[in-house]
Design a protein around this ligand. Structure first.
Ligand code: CTP
Ligand code: MG
Length: 222
């Protein structure tokens, strides 16, 4: 099977508070986004990578990879889900992956695992197990209950789905005003139960400044 990978990269990185959107910050000899793209490019079943960038983005076109024959740029949207939906309109393969620009530490084996599981189950996401004891708050700063940890997962990316199903679920969920922070939420809302594929916990999303140092460390160990 062939896949298209969508890379939402239209965020501004407000929590990073750097001089540029975090996906364009230097990391391990290139940039966050280039590290992310290089893992996807290394997979021969990914026919095309669609990068959604912000309207007045002056950074993407300066990357050498912007000219790559397997990479296409589209305009992003107001929220991450809008960026993904815009990119989905250009997808012409049966299977699609969505992977955050801000997750540069993805390993090839995890990518391959979620691609296989998505195709087999109709939908799958990379996820990692929660390590801490989890509490539900009572809204007043005290504990209401403990939550069974073995049922809880961190939702990571990539997330892999049948293109037509995801497009329909995401469009309907957005039109209904549902808050969608990953593709699986749209699929769950539409009545699907995507598979959890246990992936590496070092597939972190670069969010705050200290995450860059962590990512640098993880990439050295790849
Ligand atoms: N993203 C996007 N379009 C948006 C918002 C976010 O494509 N309108 C992308 C980001 O570029 C990032 C991914 O979605 O690769 C995950 O979002 P997040 O980590 O929240 O990035 P930002 O929104 O840029 O960061 P912040 O929330 O701190 O502003
Ligand atoms: Mg954000």
């Amino acid at each position: 099977a062939t896949y298209t990978a969508i890379v939402p990269a239209a965020g501004i990185g407000s929590r990073m508070a750097a001089d540029r959107p975090k996906q364009y910050l230097p990391l391990a000899g290139s940039t966050v986004l280039e590290q992310t793209l290089s893992c996807l490019l290394a997979n021969p079943a990914i026919a095309r990578i669609i990068v959604a960038t912000a309207l007045h983005d002056d950074w993407f076109c300066q990357l050498p990879l912007a000219q790559h024959p397997r990479i296409l740029q589209v305009q992003g949207g107001r929220e991450r889900a809008d960026s993904v939906l815009n990119a989905l309109l250009q997808v012409n393969t049966e299977w699609v992956l969505v992977h955050d620009a801000a997750r540069p530490c993805l390993h090839r084996a995890d990518l391959a695992a979620v691609m296989a599981a998505g195709l087999q189950a109709g939908g799958a996401i990379l996820a990692s197990r929660v390590r801490d004891t989890m509490k539900r708050g009572d809204g007043q700063g005290a504990i209401a209950t403990s939550v069974a940890r073995d049922e809880l997962w961190h939702a990571l990316t990539p997330q892999c789905f049948a293109t037509a199903t995801l497009r329909q679920a995401l469009a309907k969920a957005l039109a209904a005003g549902v808050i969608i922070t990953d593709e699986a939420s749209a699929m769950e809302w539409a009545g699907f139960n995507p598979k959890l594929v246990e992936g590496r916990a070092d597939n972190i999303k670069i969010t705050r400044p200290e995450d860059l140092a962590l990512a640098q460390f993880f990439l050295q160990k790849i």
